[in-house]
Design a protein around this ligand. Sequence first.
Ligand SMILES: [Zn+2]
Length: 155
Amino acid sequence: MEVKPYVPKGQGSWVKGQEKNKEETEGKIIFEKGRFIWPVKGEVTSGFGIRNGQKHDGIDISALSGTDVVAADDGEVIYNGDGMRGYGNIIIIQHKEKFVTIYGHNKENLANVGKNVKKGELIAKVGNSGNSTGYHLHFEIRKDTKPRNPLFFLP
Ligand SMILES: [Zn+2]
């Protein structure tokens, strides 16, 4: 399948929203085990939080090159490209209740912007693109634009 590059309108607007919302949402921990499914099966090699003095807004799941990456829940693909520094090829999916999931370092993106995907549907292949030191998926869950610990939402 051919995947067209996509340049988001109002570039980075969801990042700006994150700052605006920070104070409102800070301190509130949301915990909803099983809300999402694992986008790839593998070992979590890096967790959420501060890592070597730097913030890590997701988790890293190690997997072989070309392993299927699937949508963690039903939603609409809102980004397909490589426009976020260090993330390599990424897919971003919007879900209900203002959840967003992000899938980074892909070898190949397989879902175009605007596509409605089902939970478990193939969206990408695990790769090593961007600022990455091995084949893995960088996976983020955001709610109301704020990064959340994915382990609180996975089974
Ligand atoms: Zn990562």
